[in-house]
Design a binder for this molecule. Sequence first.
Ligand SMILES: Cc1cc2nc3c(=O)[nH]c(=O)nc-3n(C[C@H](O)[C@H](O)[C@H](O)COP(=O)(O)O)c2cc1C
Length: 220
Amino acid sequence: MTRKNDQVNATLDRIIGERRSHRKFTEKIPPDDMIERIIHAGLHAPFAASAIGNQDDYFRRFIVVRKDSKAMKELIPLVYSEVLTMRDNLAKKMKTNADLKNRAAPFMNRLDTIKSLGMVPGIGTAPFYIIVAEKRGFPPVELQSLAHCLENMWLKATALDLGFQIVSITAQMADNARFCSILGIETGNWALMGCATGYPAETLSPSIRPSLKEVTTWLE
Ligand SMILES: Cc1cc2nc3c(=O)[nH]c(=O)nc-3n(C[C@H](O)[C@H](O)[C@H](O)COP(=O)(O)O)c2cc1C
């Protein structure tokens, strides 16, 4: 390997190691240019070409919502009320399904926490809430494409020294007509994922994971 390659790889490994979930942000607002660089990284992530076919319309959209904006003020109660509905529906199903009761318990705890907080973390708590819309196709692999996109954005935000938080509840809003209308997209045609970004309010250690040996099998 050349010297240049060594440096490039060391930098990439460092960014991968430093990528963390930040959930507290300062009031300082990053310049729009940084947000555009994050979106550029997301746009260059792979997409499921054969699933969406060769449609004229573009396969991926980014909607940037600023903290305290008019749009943000509308989105906050909309998502919160969707969380409450989701919580109540899940609670009903859990009453009659013991297996679901076990499996969904941690998620239910999360929904209960959001309910008692009275707000959805990541929506209105960072300078920017970015929603990514990916065209629905067949087979339905748009959530996988969104995961690739968000990971690229996350790594880029890390390289820019910005904090980044996935706001996965955004996915549940894909069929909410009012939510889609605020975003300016047609309801039902897009899968959604969201993230929050801004300057991190705390320093986190690099990510901690098990050793490669514990999780890797090499077959002969
Ligand atoms: C599919 C997916 C959904 C996630 N949803 C959320 C979320 O809604 N809110 C949040 O704060 N973190 C969310 N996370 C972040 C994880 O909790 C986090 O990646 C994990 O705890 C490991 O921590 P790290 O990112 O700091 O390494 C999500 C991560 C993934 C992959």
